[in-house]
Write a protein that binds this ligand. Sequence first.
Ligand code: IMP
Length: 189
Amino acid sequence: MKLVFATHNLNKFKEVQSLLPDTIELVSLTDIGCYDDIPETETTIEGNALLKVKHIKDNYGLDCFADDTGLEVKALNNAPGVYSARYAGPNASAENNINMLLENMTGIQDRSARFKTVIALSFKGEDILFEGICQGSIISQKRGAKGFGYDPIFLPDGKNQTFAEMTLKEKSTIGHRGKAMQKLITYFS
Ligand code: IMP
């Protein structure tokens, strides 16, 4: 069965592809010739995930799913949250965002945080949401070179490696996106 994963992020595509059973053929936005700048204008993670699948459904008529993720830091009232990608500004790099977060956390004792992924699935005319949460904490210096985004400063609870020090498989097993994906897989099995 063909299913579009509405993302331009190759890291995420690979991560999700490695989790799906062979019965599902994952198709990217590039595969369907979609180079649209899909808006992420909602104020919640759920809203943005739904916007993306609606765009594909309305413009390409294909079943698809999209994910939206945010890093929620407890002491910062759950910021950066839905604004994680552009925390340090509209064209911020991962490094800019990390630096901004570390700066805003200077002197803060409670470093607890969580990644939250919401997957919106548009399938046979129905919209369904799946959520995955990974609890952890924000360390004060970057560690590791794997992964992407905030991975070098996120230490999952009970682990002594940051997401950026883990293999893709290790991260997927305990990570937010992996957990949401497991729910999607269970839905199809
Ligand atoms: P998106 O909505 O999945 O594109 O994620 C928004 C932003 O959150 C990204 O630009 C990344 O900075 C960050 N992010 C999403 N997923 C992860 C992850 O698994 N690890 C680290 N950062 C992530």
